[in-house]
Write a protein that binds this ligand. Structure first.
Ligand code: NAG
Ligand code: NAG
Length: 480
């Protein structure tokens, strides 16, 4: 996210650097990754779930943390001194300065606010949804450096940020279109809001996406200009939602073209590589492994099996990402007893929360695993079965050594139930990891790879929003 676009900008201005930093497989640890794999992976078949005492302790902490996250998130909306609808990425104004409204962060955060509204409606929460619309419509009319709707972030007075930055970031307009459509669905009785404000805004964002989707742009981490899996996934969702909302099939046909491109990201490495067609920004993300792939499945898949959390290629990618972090951080040496590896953005990452040195695990990335697995469970239950494929066989073998391509688990069979229990236990280990590092419930952006202490922007709004959606999936009713 918010990096250091200075570094990205510098790299852009350098003549195509050719050096590349190899993925470091843990210099400091000699332990074999497979021996440190969290509990659910090796012993699930015999003991699929943690003891019920641990279970209920974790359950009550998740409830407590969800309530805290709602407060922490709402506290960063309409902060003092900002115009209506400004959502600070974090209250931190220095080291790092995150006191801006990123279109991405705001649009993902407001979906967690909407989830609060849908589960417990109130006028105050409805007001926050309307405020978001007000701020974003104003932002869409601002002069911007990119002279486009993909301008990444806006100031507290509603004007656009004009310093050097990685731009454009074209996932923002797509995430905004989806958020606005969801708000229209929730507040549909206010027809002036929907007809006069939201519909024209959604059309403007979608028309922009139709023009730019195949062109490289900066990714969600603001570091590399490329065509990325994450950005295409949110664009496909925005266009698909928009085709229905506006009654215009042409958006659906662009979404189909995007699907064809998305199908080229799963490579013979056996996982989805995050980006293609790089034309600027950082050049050392060589593995292509990136937690944004799971975040994309959580936020942007459409319940149709196309890169949904329970689909084979997403599951295969989750295993590859997990393994890439196993030995990367010193704190991961305690993984295994009901606690997962701590997960960062991608293994080659260097952003430490303020500048570039050694990167750390992130709360929202660790939570993405919990959310993916609970969404997957929900999906398998609705589908009535789990089908193992070549791509997903290694994933399922973590829990059932007899799983193989072609194996089917039928809902309600003992095999299905014990597999689902094992995957749920695995998902819980990611919550347990977050619990360990979210001291007094607060969540910053990152936690230190060596000490486990919170680092980076304090009270990161997206960390709280991510907890709310992970918790909804845990509760069996994933956020829309
Ligand atoms: C309907 O939306 C408009 C435009 O955002 C807003 O000014 C008005 O207060 C809303 N009305 C209600 C009843 O929420
Ligand atoms: C983070 O949020 C908590 C809870 O709202 C608050 O008590 C604390 O002061 C905040 N910390 C910072 C640095 O903003």
């Amino acid at each position: 996210m918010k990096l250091a676009s200075l570094a990205a900008t510098l790299l852009l201005t350098l003549a195509t650097p050719t050096f590349s930093i190899p993925v470091e497989p843990a210099a400091e640890s000699s332990s074999d990754a497979s021996s440190a794999v969290p509990s659910a992976t090796s012993s699930a078949a015999t003991s699929p779930a943690p003891s019920s005492a641990t279970d209920s302790e974790l359950a009550s902490w998740i409830e407590e943390e969800t309530a805290f996250s709602q407060k922490g998130m709402v506290a960063n909306i309409n902060p003092e001194g900002a115009v209506t609808g400004f959502i600070a990425a974090s209250p931190s104004k220095d080291q790092p300065d995150y006191f801006y409204a990123w279109t991405r962060d705001s649009s993902l955060v407001i979906r967690s606010v909407l989830h609060m509204y849908n589960t417990s409606p109130s006028d105050d929460t409805a007001g926050l949804l309307e405020d978001y619309v007000t701020f974003q419509v104003n932002a869409m009319g601002q002069d911007t450096v990119c002279d486009c709707l993909g301008e990444p972030k806006f100031n507290a007075d509603g004007s656009s940020y004009t310093g050097a930055w990685g731009r454009p970031q074209n996932d923002g307009p797509a995430e905004r279109a989806t958020a606005m459509i969801m708000i229209a669905d929730a507040l549909g009785s206010n027809s002036s809001l929907v007809e006069d404000t939201i519909k024209p805004a959604v059309k403007k964002d979608l028309d922009y996406i139709v023009g730019v989707w195949s062109t490289p742009c900066f990714d969600l981490w603001e570091e590399i200009s490329s065509v990325s899996f994450f950005t295409l996934m949110v664009m496909r969702r925005g266009l698909t939602d928009g085709a229905k909302f506006l009654g215009d099939d042409s958006y659906a046909s662009t979404a189909k073209e995007i699907e064809t491109k998305l199908d080229t990201f799963f490579t013979d490495k056996g996982y989805i590589e995050a980006s293609q067609d790089r034309d600027g920004g950082l050049d050392y993300k060589t593995s292509g492994l990136d937690t944004s792939t799971l975040i994309a499945a959580n936020l942007a898949s459409l319940g149709d099996g196309f890169y949904t959390p329970g689909s084979d290629k997403i599951l295969a990618t989750s295993l590859a990402i997990k393994n890439s972090f196993a030995d990367l951080y010193a704190i991961n040496s305690d993984a295994g007893d009901g606690i997962s590896y701590a997960i960062g953005r991608y293994p080659e990452d260097k952003y430490d929360g303020v500048g570039n040195s050694e990167a750390n695990p992130w709360f929202l990335c660790t939570l993405a695993f919990a959310e993916t697995y609970y969404r997957a469970i929900n999906e398998w239950k609705s589908a009535g079965s789990i089908e193992v494929t070549d791509a997903s066989a290694a994933f399922f073998q973590q829990f059932d050594s007899s799983a193989a391509a072609g194996t089917t688990y039928k809902a309600d069979s003992d095999e299905f139930n014990s597999l689902v229990a094992a995957v749920a236990a695995e998902a819980d280990t990611y919550f347990a990891r977050v619990k360990k590092h979210a001291v007094d419930n607060a969540m910053s952006e990152q936690f230190d790879r060596d000490s486990g202490e919170e680092v980076g922007a304090k009270n990161l709004t997206w960390s709280y929003a991510a907890f709310i959606t992970a918790s909804a999936a845990y509760g069996g009713s994933p956020a829309a």
